[in-house]
Design a protein around this ligand. Structure first.
Ligand code: ADP
Ligand code: MG
Length: 377
């Protein structure tokens, strides 16, 4: 039992026929947290959320809400349902109900709350969301962003203890998505409510989530804070999945040169700093090949950095130059591996130039080539 938890998913598995969609899912949701569930399309995110919302029955495992198993059919699930509000990807508004009726129908007819009071709340909410003139409109008369706000408003009026949101922004254009992301953040701060937020978008997951659950093929890879996921990925998948542009990765041979532990890749050899060298040697990797990972922002072209870390300097021939305003992306290849460096826009490097780059060796990640698990971060 976890006293701090509002919701606990324990050893949950779900199969559709022979298709095992969720495998031994285990995580805890703390009250007031935004738990982001992130994974590629088909990784089982919606199925997991539907299990939590009792729209699917898990094949095995439990879901505890305040320590009571809600998947137990003997228990009255109705009270749980009233405590949970779900916002779907396609909003699921009733097309033949007005905006007002969409928002007030469940509180009045399911929760049996006072009609005048619910209307008053709904009007205040519509005003707050800039929809005061849309009370009598039908969903088809609204833009995507407005529909989305109605869907969120409908969930808020039910005053749930837990919000479940399944890619609520994915049908919106990029600009609106950014605005609504901020709105959801504000909503969370204002209501101090618990949110489980499913998305395939890492910006949404990272900016909204206090904790992030990373899924792949129905299996949880890592549950962690946004910062830890970025700095200390537990395996190669998470390292590659979180961060844009993606972490650079290449096979590297681990060697020993005097007292130095070295990494050789694509004709370059770099010497590891002491702490990392010791860890890698002690783990028995000298003489083996590992996967070396380095984030684009941890490659440097400034003279000051190059002279400070001569043991990590290598040549790169720039293939593509991308100016993003606040930064420049330089693309180059090391053998078959595509690399990208995120550097200061004042760089003079252009396509065709061969420049010197240095790796911040304190920031490298090393993964076992076979298990793909992290050896050191
Ligand atoms: P995500 O939301 O991460 O994209 P889903 O949970 O929707 O993933 O789907 C995960 C897998 O489960 C997919 O392979 C999908 O085809 C399958 N699946 C989902 N719902 C059903 C269902 N009702 N019947 C059979 N297969 C399903
Ligand atoms: Mg989905």
């Amino acid at each position: 039992m976890n006293r701090d938890a509002i919701l606990e998913v324990k050893h949950l598995s779900k199969s559709f026929g022979a298709n095992a969609v969720l495998k031994d899912i285990d995580f805890v949701v703390h009250p007031g947290d935004v738990t982001s569930i992130i994974g590629s399309s088909g990784s089982g995110k919606s199925t997991l959320l539907r299990c939590i919302n009792l729209l699917e029955t898990p094949t095995t495992g439990e879901i505890l809400y305040h320590d009571k198993d809600i998947t137990d059919r003997k228990m009255n699930a109705a009270s749980y349902r009233t405590r949970v509000g779900m916002v779907f990807q396609n909003f699921n508004l009733f097309p033949h109900y007005s905006v007002m009726k969409n928002i007030t129908d469940a509180p009045i007819h399911v929760q049996k709350r006072d009609k005048a009071q619910v209307y008053e709340e709904a009007r205040a909410l519509l005003k707050k969301m800039g929809l005061e003139d849309k009370e009598n409109a039908y969903p088809c008369q609204l833009s995507g962003g407005q529909r989305q706000r109605v869907a969120i408003g409908r969930a808020i009026v039910r005053d749930p203890q837990v919000f479940l949101m399944d890619e609520p922004l994915s049908n919106l254009d990029a600009k609106l998505r950014g605005q609504m992301r901020v709105e959801i953040s504000k909503l969370h701060q204002r209501l101090e409510t618990t949110i489980i937020y499913v998305t395939h978008d890492q910006t949404e997951a990272m900016t909204l989530g206090t904790r992030i659950v990373v899924m792949k093929d129905g299996v949880i890879q890592q549950v962690d804070s946004p910062q830890n996921l970025y700095d200390k990925p537990c395996n190669k998948f998470v390292a590659g999945f979180i961060g844009a542009p993606q972490m650079n990765m290449i096979d590297a041979a681990v060697g020993k040169d005097g007292s130095d532990v070295t990494l050789s890749f694509g004709g370059h050899t770099v010497a590891l700093p002491e702490g990392k060298a010791k860890k890698l040697e002690e783990a028995g990797y000298v003489g083996k090949t590992v996967t070396l990972g380095i984030r684009p922002e941890d490659l440097h072209d400034e003279e000051s950095f190059l002279s400070m870390s001569p043991k990590s300097v290598f040549d790169a021939t720039i293939r593509v130059y991308e100016m993003l305003g606040s930064e420049v992306l330089l693309y180059f290849d090391i053998e078959d591996a595509n690399f990208v460096a995120k550097v200061n826009p004042r760089t003079t490097a252009r396509p065709g130039d061969t420049i010197k780059l240095a790796m911040d060796l304190e920031k490298i990640h090393i993964f076992d080539k076979d298990t793909e698990l992290v050896v050191l971060n």
